[in-house]
Design a protein around this ligand. Structure first.
Ligand code: NAD
Length: 503
């Protein structure tokens, strides 16, 4: 398809499609073909104003809708998502490149957040204390924050938006979503289905665009809270700008996730786990394992098993049955990853497997890169320090578990990590000492279920609260504490001039 004939994706404001007024467009590729398949109309500042105005206009009605009625719309939405699972997965594979089963799995993890959000009336209950003082009671209520914005990355075009808006909306907020401009179709379908489920117009709006739309949202006085997921430099910018303009903010950021492998691990199990975690989705996961710390004498055996398995991976279009790894999202990203592999070679890392020469017959223009494995990596090398976000696994060596833990803890990121061992004692030490938000024990990608919260530590999260689960409810609500006294008939009381105390 030529760029000029590619269909144009609109924005979704107030329950209807509108074309952005910026006059700017983005190209959306099928990365397996290397061709533009759609264009996306970018929002300008006036579209941002319109979307925020639509969300603000819908706020009083939606926040006053009883939580149970809101939850019933979410239940209908979940059913629609389930019946459109294949269509959603197809769009993800088409624009992102990951395999269809992987895309379907990510849709399922998103649906599970909607399922959790259906039960939010239970979590919106406040607390009540009778007689905090003689004849005085206290209770708290949880109220919506207002208009919330969500800014999401390319790598999970359904799951990450679904981490945010179902939770916010179930709590009584209205929402403006700004998805990645690289694979925007899924968000539009998510919004249309919510509308079909009975969501009033204006409660969920979708703004297409890039940094211009994001920055207009961050400085907009009508936006009360911002949820962001993406790379660390942009997360820091979103966090600082939102805080400066008085908004509540959570900004989930980049990662460099380590697997620590002990000599007593199940070697075959561990090698299989590492292959899936490093090369699944072409390494474009914030929970991908991108660094292995091999402890003691396990290193050589492990590297050889991982090399054999990585070399045998089937790479191709994500729509093809049996394919285990698809292309990277854009040619620019593929070239960046290639450049980092080159840098690794220059800096003295040992390329055990180099994916740069890969050719996929029939998809010569696709943005493919084969699995790459580096051994002999040190913490000063660029391939270790940078988040590569591609199919590149680097192996470091450590003499002891303590040394391995120190390597992980010195890394500025702290999103996910895993240990592979048969020792409960070693696993327990690791769990306790490691400075990372999500930990797997013989589980390579420990993504918490919707009823736990998802989030990293250190430079993998700017803000205080993680997404979904109980922390998601906290983020999307404000607490009000109420103190009540009902005087007896004729009770006169007396003026109080001292700080009231219990009694
Ligand atoms: P990105 O930071 O480039 O983009 C994320 C969002 O920010 C997009 O919507 C984009 O349009 C917007 N954006 C880009 N440049 C901007 C700018 N200058 N100003 C304002 N907004 C801007 O991230 P990406 O490449 O789409 O996604 C990959 C990154 O996301 C990786 O770093 C990955 O680790 C991270 N990620 C983190 C998590 C997590 O939970 N911690 C989950 C998924 C992805």
């Amino acid at each position: 398809m030529s760029v000029t004939t590619a269909p144009v994706l609109p924005l979704w404001i107030g329950g209807a499609e509108v074309v952005g007024t910026s006059g700017r467009f983005g190209d959306v590729f099928d990365p397996a073909l290397g061709e533009v398949i759609r264009r996306v109309s970018f929002a300008g500042p006036s579209d941002v104003d319109r979307a925020v105005a639509a969300a603000r206009a819908a706020l009083p009605g939606w926040s006053d809708t009883p939580p149970l009625r809101r939850a019933r719309i979410l239940a209908r939405y979940r059913e629609l998502l389930e019946s459109h699972r294949a269509e959603l997965a197809g769009l993800i594979t088409q624009e992102h490149g990951k395999t269809l089963p992987d895309a379907a799995g990510s849709v399922q993890r998103g649906i599970e957040v909607v399922e959790f959000a259906e039960g939010i009336p239970h979590l919106l209950k406040g607390e009540h204390s009778e007689d905090v003082a003689g004849g005085v009671d206290s209770h708290s209520v949880l109220q919506p924050v207002g208009v919330c914005a969500g800014i999401t990355p390319f790598n999970f075009p359904a799951m990450v938006p679904l981490w945010m808006f179902p939770m916010a909306i179930a709590c009584g907020n209205t929402f403006v979503l700004k998805p990645s401009e690289k694979d925007p179709s899924t968000s539009l379908l998510l919004a249309r289905l919510f509308h079909e489920a009975g969501l009033p117009q204006g409660v969920l709006n979708v703004l297409m665009g890039d940094g211009e739309a994001v920055n207009a949202l961050l400085s907009h006085p009508g936006v009360n809270a911002v949820s962001f997921v993406g790379s660390t430099p942009i997360a820091r910018h979103v966090y600082e700008t939102s805080a400066r303009t008085g908004k509540r903010v959570q900004a989930l950021a980049g990662a460099k996730n380590h697997a620590v492998v002990l000599p007593d691990c199940e070697l075959e199990f561990t090698a299989n786990a590492l292959i899936g975690a490093a090369y699944g989705s072409a390494g474009e996961r914030c929970m991908a394992i991108s660094a292995v710390v091999a402890v003691g004498d396990v290193g050589d055996r492990l590297v050889e098993r991982v090399r054999q398995k990585a070399a045998a991976l089937k790479v191709g279009p994500g729509t093809e049955a049996g394919v285990e790894m698809g292309p990277l999202v854009t040619s620019a990203h593929r070239d960046r990853v290639r450049g980092l592999i080159e840098k690794g070679v220059q800096e003295g890392a040992k390329p055990v497997l180099d994916g740069r020469g890969l050719k996929v017959p029939g998809s010569e223009n696709g943005f493919f890169l084969g699995p790459t494995l580096f051994d002999g990596v040190t913490t000063s090398m660029t391939v270790y320090r940078e988040e590569i976000f591609g199919p590149v696994l680097v192996v470091l060596r450590a003499r002891t578990l303590d040394e391995a833990i120190a390597i992980v803890n010195q890394n500025p990121y702290g999103n996910g990590t895993a240990i592979f061992t048969n020792s409960g004692n070693a696993a327990r030490t690791f769990e306790h000492d490691i400075e990372v938000g999500m930990v797997g024990i013989n589980v390579p990608i420990p993504v918490p279920m919707a009823f736990y919260s998802f989030g990293g530590w250190k430079q993998s999260l700017f803000g205080d609260l993680h997404v979904h689960g109980a922390e998601g409810v906290k983020f999307y609500t404000r607490t009000k504490a109420v103190t009540t006294r009902w005087p007896e008939p004729e009770e006169k009381g007396k003026a109080g001039f001292t700080m009231p105390t219990l009694g």
